[in-house]
Design a protein around this ligand. Structure first.
Ligand code: ADP
Ligand code: LRH
Length: 479
């Protein structure tokens, strides 16, 4: 029995087929495509229809294996608005658009940062859906909208004609109650949004529906239906973490680094809020207690500024490995790095402001980026452990960054904890495993993780070197 995962990342998307045989998950990537925001006169957007075309292409390529179900995940927080006829009201905004910079501060000022966190348990990020909607409420488009669909739910709607809001991704909007896991209509109203826009919630594993006849005909997938997975990509990635013991932390490294812990319930209250932690919902009622770190976006955007492609990454990483260690580090959680633009320039500026040498070569800039990420991973994981009282014996690093040996080793060195790297495609695997569980092939998360561990070669990194220079760098940046 085969399943199809549609995994839409901020920098690339893929359609992956998978089936379980002899306790192993066998996968085949049938389609991969680039993704990225595009600037239009009114701001930064995603090409949602273009993405849907790629989804259809992937499903057509998957058809010969006749998957029984399709699961969709993507980056969080962004949404499309539908009018009464079901038409899309404009291309979805990208979370890197700056229109929420001011409005997010105003909303927090009027609702109270502590009140908001007590209710939704979310890290303050200027692009949380609640702030995007507060900005939208000042324009005309929202008045014409009948429903709001997060990106994977929008793709699901276009495949099936059914609307809904998958729970893990709904938990990133800022409009979901962290305790009851239900929508908070009064928070929606407080930012000028009709709560009727928010569709009924659905849980990972629930059936969304069969494919619309024209989709079934176009893709050749007449027997398949869409099944809700952890549609927030980070929720799926954490399902795909091959942890074999309870005391693990994870870093999901792609465009972002999401570093933290899986917990049975939320950590609310002032210390967690002041440390700017988030409590996002995972599969099976788990909570992802983590912080968003700017991630490999810092590297992607540096490459773009230099006019280089990902093919040139291995050469640059070799230069970074040869560069002098721990010369200059920046705060990889600083939102100055959020918008697209000259990344090496912003890094140089941050180094100057903190009295550190400006990296002079590309290798030195990449070294600065990777060491800064490693330090941010360490801070988030140590603080998550302290705030939750959970010990950390091992860190699992999954996602595209698991291919970056220097980043994995630096993360182990900074933390003084072993790092297990891989799988690179943990998100697609988590997506497939939730479908396999819905089909009755797996029992629980531990079972799913055993299958991942048995199916993949993982790389092990032991901490090396002295922690003192990392301690000094941390003091320099976070006095
Ligand atoms: P997302 O899902 O957010 O789009 P991915 O998980 O696909 O991100 O990870 C993308 C990242 O993987 C890139 O930014 C890049 O830094 C890293 N990566 C890709 N290929 C390589 C490689 N050959 N060596 C090291 N890192 C790589
Ligand atoms: C990673 C991710 C992350 C969100 C960000 C917007 O792809 O979903 O968890 O915070 O995108």
């Amino acid at each position: 029995m085969s399943f199809a995962a549609v995994d839409l990342g901020a920098s690339s998307g893929r359609v992956v087929l998978g089936h379980i045989a002899d306790g192993r998950l066998r996968t085949e990537e049938v389609h991969r495509f680039d993704n990225g925001p595009v600037r239009l006169p009114d701001g930064l957007h995603w090409d949602a229809v273009g993405l849907f075309r790629e989804v259809l292409t992937g499903l057509r390529l998957a058809a010969p294996r006749a998957p029984v179900s399709i699961g969709i995940d993507s980056w969080a927080v962004d949404y499309g608005l539908l009018d009464a006829a079901g038409g899309l009201l404009g291309e979805p905004f990208c979370y890197r658009d700056s229109r929420t910079d001011e409005v997010s501060r105003e909303v927090v000022g009027s609702l109270g940062a502590d009140q908001l966190f007590e209710r939704n348990g979310l890290q303050f990020l200027p692009f949380n859906t609640i702030f995007q909607l507060a900005a939208a409420a000042r324009g005309a488009q929202l008045a014409a909208a009948e429903s709001l669909l997060l990106v994977p739910d929008l793709m699901g709607y276009w495949l099936t004609g059914r609307r809904g809001a998958e729970l893990t991704n709904a938990s990133t909007t800022g409009l979901l109650d962290a305790r009851t896991h239900e929508w908070c209509p009064e928070l929606a109203r407080a930012v000028g949004v009709d709560p009727g826009l928010l569709p009924a919630l659905r849980r990972p594993g629930e059936e969304v529906g069969p494919l619309l006849p024209h989709v079934a005909e176009d893709t050749g997938l007449s027997g398949a239906s869409v099944v809700a997975v952890g549609s927030h990509d980070t929720a799926s990635a954490v399902v795909g973490v091959p942890a074999q013991r309870p005391n693990f932390a994870y870093v999901c490294t792609g465009t972002w680094s999401l570093a933290g812990l899986e917990l049975p319930g939320p950590v609310l209250g002032e210390p967690a809020r002041r440390a700017n932690f988030t409590n996002e919902l995972g599969v099976d009622g788990t909570v992802r207690f983590l912080r968003n770190i700017m991630g490999l976006w810092l590297l992607q955007e540096s490459l773009r500024t230099w006019g280089l492609s990902t093919a040139e990454l291995p050469g640059l990483l070799a230069e970074a490995a040869a560069a002098q260690p721990l010369v200059s580090l920046v705060d990889a959680e600083d939102t100055r790095f959020l918008p697209p633009g000259d990344m090496p320039g912003r890094i140089a500026e941050a180094c100057r402001e903190t009295g550190q040498p400006v990296p002079e070569t590309r290798g030195a800039v990449v070294r600065c980026v990777l060491e800064s990420l490693a330090l941010a991973h360490r801070r988030a994981i140590r603080q998550a452990a302290e705030l939750s009282g959970q010990d950390v014996e091992v860190v699992h690093l999954v996602g595209g960054g698991a291919r970056n040996e220097l980043l994995c080793q630096l993360t182990a060195d900074a933390l003084g904890v072993p790092v297990v790297a891989g799988p690179v495609e943990a998100t697609a695997l988590g997506n497939l495993l939730v479908q396999a569980r819905a089909a009755g092939q797996l029992s629980d998360l531990d079972h799913a993780r055993r299958v991942v561990a048995d199916s993949h070669d993982l790389a092990h990194y032991s901490p090396s070197g002295d922690r003192t220079p990392w301690d000094e760098a941390e003091r320099r940046l976070h006095r």
